[in-house]
Structure formats: C-alpha cells, structure tokens
Write a protein that binds this ligand. Structure first.
Ligand code: ASP
Length: 344
C-alpha cells in the first residue's frame, strides 16, 4: 500500500506525507504502537494500560508475547543465532516519568531480554549490562537460563553456515552432481527483525521498549542499535517516544531515535521526524558497498514514533508496502509507513 508519491526535495527523493486528515494517525488518548510484527503486543499493551498499568509495564508485557513466540525468528526464543549458532539478544527500555533507561546486549539464554532490561532500570544504578554480566544479573533475579534455539532456527542457521563460503567444508544437503553447491547466499538475504513498542498510559505518561535477536548470523559479540539508548529507543515524557528496526549499524551512526524525539520537540509530526531520520541516514551513508547505482542505501531502516498527545507515525527508507501496528481503545490495526524510496 503506497502512502504518497515520491517527490524530489533537496537532491533526495522524499515521500509526500500521508494525509493526517484521514484520521488514521490521530489516535486519541492512550495508544500503543509497534513494528509490524507486534499486533498482539500492542493489543496486550492496551489491555494492560486500560487496567491501569504504567506504560512501561504495559509495553514490556506486550513484547513478551513476541519474545516467547518460537515462530518469530527475530526476537527472543527462536531468534536466529550468531555465526557460531548462539542466540544473543539485545533489548532496552525507557521510562518517561522517571527519565530512566535500562538495557542488555549480547545476552544469552534468557527468553525475555526486555524484562532483564527492565530489571537493570529498576534494580541497578546502571543503564547497560552486556554478555555474561547481563546473564548473571538475570540469573540473580530468578530468570531461568535455557537454550533459545528452536529446530526451525537451528535449520536456518545450518543452511546459512553450509552456504557461507565456497571454500570451506560445510555442505548443504545436495545431489552429488549439483553444480550450484557452495554458492553463497545473497547479501540481501541476511535476516533483520526486531520489535519496538511505545505507549502512552492513562496518566499520559510515555514509555518504550525495543527487543531483538539482532542481525542473523552476526559476528559473536556484535551489538546492534536496539539496546543503545538514543539509537534503537528514546523516550522523553514531555515530547514522546521513538524506536527503530532494520540495519542497526546505520542507526548506531546516526542515533536516530534521539534525533526523532528532538525533531518532534521542535514541531515535526512523528511521521515528519521519522522521514527526517531516514533522509539523514541516506545522506550520510558513504561506503560504496552500502550504496546502489544511484547512490541510495542498499539497506532499510524503519522508525516508529509517538507524540505525547497521541499522534503516531512511522517511516522507512525503502517502502511502499511497509506498515506498523497501533492500538487504542478501539483495538489494533496496521498503519502505513511513509518512505523515502519506493521499493520495487
Ligand atoms: N535493528 C536490529 C539490529 O540491528 C535488527 C533489526 O531490526 O532487524 O540488531
């Protein structure tokens, strides 16, 4: 579903803003939004909010459903592992009323990384714990440690490993006369995915969470944007919240969630602020291997933002069919993402 014709502006292709007059973006009162994989999460977050929960507890409860879903291979249990076949999770939370944040990175063996991030916020004086220390902290607080690989994610990892290089000894299942054996899978087939969820509660307070298994088959120890406050998530109770999915490296070099919240503070709508962040990333991406023949990024990022009065919006670099999930007291629905360039 297209959200606007592409129009040239300042040397970059920009998407015309979808009409706010349609009312699709103008949620009244408490609202929860998330990346597209979060319809169940925003519905759950709204149930919690309507029962009186703080927005932070509500969004963590919401994304918990996705973290424990074995079929979502981008988050929590069943998330795709790193290059060595180990699932390493990243997550962050941020609480508008207190201004506090918590995060975990490269966390192994714990399904609900967002709940551990919440413990970091509530039960430590730190903001970010990584690796073994994060797991020990989680264990101290009673989180069970378990294998996060499912048969499905193990098979996906094995297929990647076996097709990684023509020069190693790993081979995928094949007929002995198959000439295609050893062809590396395309760069574009790398798997990205995450859930970001932000909400406003009955008191008008704003909070958010981002949780992920990160880039599939990443170098062990790689940390993406999701657990980094200002990159994968940012909340300011006076303004609103923003979060991201997509190529974390691009966002880490732009701190786009912080940028989006600051743009909203200056008067941008959530969607305008998200498009601004997309343009910023597109204009500062220089390495040739990341650019197409027209100098445009070969990757995608998505941003989701919510203003404290209930206006919501989102944008991505490459779009046309992208959506995000939103819920208010009328229930959950999918809303189009604006975009810079129309994907073919
Ligand atoms: N942003 C996540 C990361 O870079 C992945 C994603 O959203 O696809 O780890």
């Amino acid at each position: 579903m297209g959200v606007g014709a592409a129009a040239s502006s300042g040397g970059l292709m920009t998407a015309a803003a979808p009409s706010a007059a349609s009312g699709r973006y103008d949620f009244k009162g408490p609202v929860a939004i998330s990346s597209r994989n979060g319809t169940a999460a925003v519905r759950r977050a709204m149930e919690e909010i309507q029962a009186g929960a703080d927005a932070l507890d509500a969004v963590v409860a919401g994304v918990g459903l996705i973290e424990e879903d074995p079929d979502d291979t981008s988050v929590g249990y069943g998330g795709l592992p790193n290059a060595e076949g180990v699932v390493q999770l990243d997550a962050s939370v941020m609480h508008g009323p207190s201004g506090r944040a918590g995060g975990v990175a490269a966390l192994e063996g714990i399904v609900h990384a967002s709940q551990v991030a919440l413990k970091v916020l509530r039960r430590s004086d730190h903001v970010l714990l990584v690796g073994r220390g994060a797991q020990e902290f989680a264990r101290m607080h009673g989180f069970p440690v378990q294998d996060l690989m499912t048969e499905k994610s193990r098979q996906r990892w094995l297929r990647w490993k076996e097709n990684l290089s023509k020069d190693d000894e790993y081979l995928p299942a094949h007929d002995f006369d198959d000439a295609t054996i050893g062809q590396a899978e395309g760069w574009n087939e790398r798997h990205w995915g995450t859930i970001n969820c932000n909400a406003i509660d009955l008191s008008g307070n704003v909070s958010g969470v981002t949780t992920t298994s990160g880039l599939a088959f990443k170098i062990p120890g790689r940390v993406g944007d999701s657990p980094i406050i200002g990159a994968g998530l940012y909340v300011d109770n006076e303004v609103g919240a923003a979060g991201s999915t997509g190529r974390g490296e691009a966002n880490l070099e732009s701190l786009a969630s912080f940028l989006i919240v600051e743009r909203m503070r200056e008067g941008d709508t959530p969607e305008e602020a998200c498009l601004y962040a997309c343009r910023r990333i597109a204009s500062r991406t220089r390495p040739a291997y990341l650019l197409d023949g027209n100098g445009r990024p070969r990757f995608n990022v998505q941003f989701y933002a919510l203003r404290r009065d209930g206006l919501v919006g989102g944008a991505e670099i490459w779009g046309g069919r992208g959506q995000f999930a939103a819920a208010d007291s009328d229930g959950a629905r999918l809303v189009p993402l604006a975009y810079l360039y129309e994907a073919s």
